[in-house]
Design a protein around this ligand. Structure first.
Ligand SMILES: Cc1cc2nc3c(=O)[nH]c(=O)nc-3n(C[C@H](O)[C@H](O)[C@H](O)COP(=O)(O)O)c2cc1C
Length: 272
């Protein structure tokens, strides 16, 4: 089987989840290609047997950049796809929104799973930093379950190819309490939750990491980083700034999330 894993990741958690699936299936003899959404031309998506769409959860919805990519990609009629999300709590309507968007592109959505990861939302970390620092996420058990999930998706894809009926995930957007938040999140309205943003001119080294890590290209480095109105409020610039030079009036710089400390060690724990 030829699998394409597409992912976006603001601070590396989803990248780890995607890598976990890639290595697990690679080891079992499948051909896996792993790319960021912004690294692929949406016109060149055809030619794979199975697709994995991976995304972080933000405000109970998929990351706005991922959702927009799916909405704007061409139809992939009759091809099987599955969803991997990473979140620190609850996926809310993220799976349903992703499944709905993929179905509208003609894809058969055969499964969805969330891998529990550390929280990269600095406002949340203001309150639960002690909790998140005490435990190592993702847990080994949940990584193992994600591996089993990937294998199950492969088996389903084989059955799907042979014309055997496989169960698909629901795609109807039931009116759950988190639906309005998901609606605002995918439209990029989370940007308002960032507060008033300033750049510490003395600390900033103009390294450009904020430009590189922004999933929607909303940061430009002129003299100092400048943020335009396409910002989706994902906090990638704040979290990834090595000098902690991006400041906001709603939380302290030390609430940043620096990513999983040693991803290779975690992957080793599950035999990869
Ligand atoms: C603005 C914002 C909102 C978030 N909302 C949720 C949420 O609703 N549910 C959840 O489980 N995690 C939420 N998170 C946590 C992230 O989904 C989680 O840390 C994820 O693993 C980050 O993945 P990444 O490192 O690949 O970007 C949120 C994070 C941010 C920055």
């Amino acid at each position: 089987m030829n699998l394409l894993i597409l992912y976006e990741s603001c601070t590396g958690n989803t990248e780890l989840g995607a890598e976990l699936i890639r290595r697990t299936l690679d080891k079992e003899g499948h051909r896996c290609t792993m790319l960021r959404y912004r690294e692929i031309d949406p016109g060149g998506l055809e030619g794979y047997d199975l697709y994995c769409f991976a995304t972080p959860v933000q405000s109970f919805a998929p990351l706005a950049a991922t959702y927009r990519f799916i909405k704007n990609m061409p139809k992939l009629k009759g091809l099987p796809a599955f969803i991997l999300t990473t979140g620190a709590g609850w996926p809310g309507v993220a799976h349903r929104m992703m499944a709905g968007a993929l179905r509208r592109k003609g894809m058969a959505v055969i499964g969805a799973r969330m891998l529990a990861c550390p929280d990269n939302w600095p406002i949340g970390r203001t309150f639960d930093r002690r909790f998140y620092n005490r435990f190592t996420f993702p847990r080994r058990r949940s990584m193992r379950k994600t591996q089993d999930f990937a294998r199950e998706m492969m088996n389903k894809a084989y059955r799907f190819r042979d014309g055997i009926k496989v169960k698909q995930t629901p795609h109807i957007l039931w009116p759950t309490p988190t639906l309005p938040m998901g609606f605002f999140a995918v439209r990029g309205m989370l940007a308002r939750g960032f507060g008033k943003r300033t750049v510490d001119a003395d600390a900033c080294t103009r390294c450009g990491i904020c430009v590189e890590t922004c999933p929607v290209g909303a940061v430009r480095l002129i003299d100092l980083p400048e943020f335009d109105s396409s910002c989706i409020g994902c906090w990638a610039c704040f979290n990834n700034c090595p000098e902690k030079a991006i400041l906001t009036n709603i939380c302290k710089p030390e609430t940043y999330y620096g990513g999983i400390e040693d991803p290779e060690k975690l992957l080793k724990k599950v035999g990869l």
